[in-house]
Design a protein around this ligand. Structure first.
Ligand code: GDP
Ligand code: MG
Length: 163
């Protein structure tokens, strides 16, 4: 069976763009509005010779602040079942947000290895976010640009030990 790699992160960080980049086809819906991906999507990904199943998740949309922690835990638990690695994506341009920190708290409790990705890191606008991301406690973030296809070799190096 192909190993399974799941993409997790708050809305609008570029999860679906990353999915499309790794699958090489437009299977996931990308939109400027947060919350476009409603369901989990599965695709066959290839990254420099690594083959795996990639899963695009709905993120943390439509969350009622009162039920936020519970909903996030549910979503995280559900999506991590069967995953060999989780790609935790943040937006390097936006920096680390409170929601990123919430997600990080749940991911830290998971047994699934986490690869932290600082997306939208093309150019220099993402630099402060990349440094911020270290503080999340998942080691060195992979500086990435899903839109421009930058950081693929670093992602390969980060994923390879887990697949
Ligand atoms: P999702 O909600 O996490 O699935 O995010 P999407 O993949 O739908 O992307 C949200 C927005 O971020 C879209 O406008 C994308 O074009 C944009 N985006 C995604 N990746 C990048 C990137 O590497 N750089 C920049 N500048 N924008 C990106
Ligand atoms: Mg999406």
């Amino acid at each position: 069976m192909r190993p399974q790699v799941i993409i997790i992160g708050r809305p609008n960080v570029g999860k679906s763009t990353l999915f499309n980049r790794l699958v090489g086809k437009k299977l996931a819906l990308v939109d400027d509005q947060p919350g476009v991906t409603r369901d989990r999507r599965f695709g066959d990904a290839t990254l420099l010779g690594l083959d795996f199943t990639i899963v695009d998740t709905a993120g943390w949309e439509d969350l009622d602040p009162d039920t936020l922690p519970g909903r996030m835990r549910q979503q995280t638990e559900a999506s991590l079942v069967g995953a060999d690695v989780a790609l935790f994506v943040i937006d390097a341009r936006a920096g680390v947000t409170p929601l990123d920190e919430e997600i990080a708290r749940y991911l830290r409790q998971s047994r699934v290895p986490i690869v932290l990705m600082a997306n939208k890191a093309e150019g220099r606008q993402g630099d402060p976010g990349i440094y911020d991301a270290f503080a999340l406690g998942f080691g060195e973030p992979v500086a990435f640009s899903a839109e421009h296809g930058q950081g693929l070799a670093d992602l390969f190096e980060a994923l390879r030990p887990h697949l």
